[in-house]
Design a protein around this ligand. Structure first.
Ligand SMILES: [Mg+2]
Length: 248
């Protein structure tokens, strides 16, 4: 089924934006498939290394993850695979195993990246912005190291004027801080027209509206909960490129 892009606020797109801010995960590529492949690979490796069963791995990992998240809450480290694996091995009765933990983390991210594919025309959209002289910033949750690595893997690292992660902001979206930091780095002031492109109704759409009064564009695909307050909802980056062409 081919859905139509929904433009709910036509007037918002009649004016050229001063900058475009973008989320990375599940906006530029589908997160779920990459995460599933990576989780499976890390699990297989652990099971093999320790000679345990999947039925032992799964609850130990789930509990370790919950424990880390409970302590670290809405921060970048709350997503740390390194911490999840470290705690998991402890829960399985082992002492600290730095080498094994680093190996599992690398296994996770290596498999994650090789199972990730950029959505069609993401790069073309970024090219369009560059050609139009519109600055671009990424505003993303998670630690800087892996987010930088993703952009390099996708060949997108040169398209962003600035990258703000929740690691350096100290807090995750939808908190205002990461959005404000991006605005400051772009030398813009509140009230200047910016677009925010993201997938998450609460973190990206509600967050960017509340923090910046941004014009929000939501990337829709399977598993995305559509926001009632997005100014536009799109399925394909080619539609976003058309909207941009109409505004510049
Ligand atoms: Mg996202």
């Amino acid at each position: 089924m081919d859905r139509q892009m929904e433009i709910r606020n036509k007037a918002a797109f009649a004016t050229r934006p001063c900058a475009v801010l973008m989320d990375i995960d599940n906006t530029m590529y589908a997160y779920d498939t990459a995460h599933a492949a990576a989780s499976e690979a890390a699990m297989r490796k652990t099971i093999k290394m320790l000679g345990i069963k999947q039925a032992e791995y799964e609850p130990a990992f789930a509990e370790a993850r919950r424990e880390v998240k409970t302590i670290l809450k809405e921060t970048a480290s709350a997503h740390s695979r390194l911490l999840y694996f470290a705690r998991m091995l402890e829960r399985l009765g082992m002492k600290s195993q730095p080498l094994m933990v680093l190996d599992l983390e690398q296994t996770y991210w290596r498999n994650f990246l090789s199972a990730s594919t950029l959505f069609p025309q993401v790069k073309d959209f970024l090219e369009d912005l560059r050609a139009a002289g519109i600055p671009v910033a990424a505003v993303t949750d998670l630690t800087a190291q892996i987010q930088f690595r993703k952009l390099i893997y996708f060949g997108l690292d040169h398209y962003f004027d600035h990258i703000v992660t929740s690691e350096e902001a100290g807090v995750e979206k939808p908190a205002a801080k990461p959005f404000q930091m991006a605005l400051e780095r772009l030398s813009l002031i509140p009230g200047q027209l910016v677009w925010f492109v993201g997938d998450d109704a609460k973190k990206d759409i509600a967050g960017a509206k509340a923090a910046l009064g941004a014009i929000t564009l939501q990337k829709r695909h399977d598993g995305v909960e559509v926001s009632g307050e997005a100014d536009a909802v799109f399925d394909h980056f080619r539609e976003l490129r058309e909207v941009l062409r109409g505004s510049v």
